[in-house]
Ligand binder design. Structure first.
Ligand SMILES: CC(C)(COP(=O)(O)OP(=O)(O)OC[C@H]1O[C@@H](n2cnc3c(N)ncnc32)[C@H](O)[C@@H]1OP(=O)(O)O)[C@@H](O)C(=O)NCCC(=O)NCCS
Length: 230
């Protein structure tokens, strides 16, 4: 996940708390209405689809300000941000800033346990302008993480399989790109399990928020290959 520079500026975080309080009062009661609703979204291609998705063990649904506290508990763990290229969240204001600017956007979803509704991670498709991996309209990058307590349960593979289906079948994407930083063998393994194929390695990739450079490996999956496997 080679993020662009939008994570650099967290200085707007102070005002996030007051925006959060305002939104929370407006949102009271809305969650109840949304509980069983299946809101639809329309993609640039004109495709209409459900924004709430279910797999065997998971619900994959849009992020909401209500998720701030659960998200903070997950994102304050340094190992998550380290591999994704961002700073661990230090204050709930950091979490709110990230929710408002990066997560409460089209095609980025909270991964939740179906049984409890608990938020365990994030998964998203990043299109032209929000990814360094492609500038084509019909391609995207897949990005994901789950809280450390939930690793190695197959959750990201399960969520990603649904997002891949969604990208190819609902959004008519032709190719999905997915990367990982050198040494992230867990993510490498996830991409292997999903059927991604090695494409190239980039050296000295700027990781702006962590003020460093790294080696990044880039994989891809075409709709054609996925259809043959499915
Ligand atoms: C990478 C990550 C998303 C994987 O999520 P997950 O839900 O644990 O993934 P899964 O359980 O579906 O699969 C993990 C696989 O990695 C394997 N694995 C675990 N530790 C490993 C290691 N040190 N080396 C190699 N493989 C490893 C697991 O055995 C499993 O493979 P298997 O099913 O063949 O046994 C999760 O560890 C994470 O969020 N890490 C921090 C953030 C991150 O790296 N995000 C991705 C950025 S590219």
């Amino acid at each position: 996940m080679f993020f662009d520079g939008r994570f650099n500026d967290l200085c707007g975080a102070q005002s996030e708390m007051s925006r959060y309080n305002q939104r929370m009062s407006k949102l009271k009661g809305r969650r109840k209405q949304l509980g069983v609703a299946q809101p639809q979204a329309t993609h640039a291609s004109g495709a209409t689809y459900q924004t709430y998705k279910e797999t065997q063990r998971l619900v994959i649904r849009p992020w909401d300000d209500y998720d701030a506290e659960e998200l903070f508990e997950l994102a304050k763990e340094p190992e998550i941000g380290f591999w994704c290229g961002w700073e661990p969240h230090k204050h709930i204001e950091d979490t709110l800033f990230v929710l408002h600017n990066f997560l409460e956007v089209s095609e980025t979803y909270a991964i939740c346990l179906k049984d409890s509704g608990k938020v365990i991670g994030s998964i998203g498709l990043h299109f032209k302008g929000n990814t360094d991996l492609t500038d084509k309209d019909d391609e995207c990058e897949l990005g994901y993480w789950v809280g450390k307590a939930y690793w190695n349960n197959g959750y990201v593979t399960e969520a990603a399989n649904e997002m891949i289906r969604h990208a190819f079948m609902d959004l008519d994407v032709s190719t999905i790109w997915c990367g990982y930083y050198d040494g992230n063998d867990r993510s490498k393994r996830v991409q292997e399990k999903l059927g991604f194929i090695y494409h190239h390695t980039s050296y000295n990739v700027e990781v702006r928020q962590l003020n460093t450079t790294r080696t990044g490996h880039v994989n891809y999956l075409t709709k054609e290959k996925w259809c043959k496997k499915a």
